[in-house]
Design a protein around this ligand. Sequence first.
Ligand code: FAD
Length: 310
Amino acid sequence: IDQSVQAHHRAPVALSYELFPPRSRAAEEVLWATIRELETTAPDYVSVTYGASGSNHDTALDLVARLQEETLLRPLAHLTCVGDTAAELADIVAELLDHGVRGILALRGDLPKDGSPLPEGSLRYAQDLVELIRRVEQSRSALLCAGKVAIGVAAYPTRHPESPSEAHDVEVLLAKQRSGADFAITQVFFHAHQYEDLLFRARRAGVTIPIIPGVMPLTSIRRVTRLSELSGVAPDPVLLHALETAGSETEAQRIGVKATVELANAALASGAPGLHLYTFNEHRHALDVLDRLNLPRPSRPLHERAALVS
Ligand code: FAD
């Protein structure tokens, strides 16, 4: 009872999930089962990742289009800019808008691993992509694109690996806001104070857009380690040890879900306006976390519920 009373008095919390485009037919089936489960929780957005340099351009755009056409979900299309020219990116943005997409997460993408120089004419920073999306949006007739496109950008609770300092990261976030970003989603983090510190630094520097914590279900050592490698964010050694020494898989999952709920609750307590859950295309652990969070969420309108069961 206590929890539901608390939930009632708290402001509604925005909710989004992250998916990646499937790499095989079997993966696609699992993904669609996941999508149907996630749909029942009426998230504000479902985001779809995009390979750097457009490596999965077709499967990413197919998934975004299917979400738009076959579900009640609102897709947030990730788009990376490094390796592509302004003209190429303008075409992709136009393609997304033509599909009815009104949410884009504007990212740079990772630089080529071999250190090779960027191709001639490539955009350099996410900020450049934010500006380009706003230009494409403005160049279209009001009839074709009446709604403003919501543009998200990345934010970093721990220093971006290429950045000289956390202060520089916040300057970059401020620049992305000035260029037209509406909100930010954070990189993974393992300690609640890292998100709270980012909020503090960002607000002090003049960043006013919502900064939504990106939270992964911490249930699998393999995934925690892999994501840490990809993002350059050191995993929490205490959590890793607890997962490694758990007596069974069920016990590890219980520990992981509990740790994730604590992290998410702490972020909400420090002022997070929403949560972005990394799902790895599986619903179970994301929904376990969501259940235990008992978030104040608007209930799904009746006509949408009817559409879901029909
Ligand atoms: P930027 O904001 O451009 O920053 C990149 C680096 O350049 C930083 O070190 C920054 O300090 C510096 N910088 C930026 N602007 C300037 C400037 N004006 N002057 C000087 N320095 C500057 N990657 C993918 O490939 N596909 C995805 O779908 C994807 N989804 C993601 C989702 C989220 C929520 C997050 C947090 C990351 C995601 N990434 C994805 C990873 C992302 O592409 C990398 O973290 C990348 O290294 C940086 O992207 P960015 O958009 O933050 O770049």
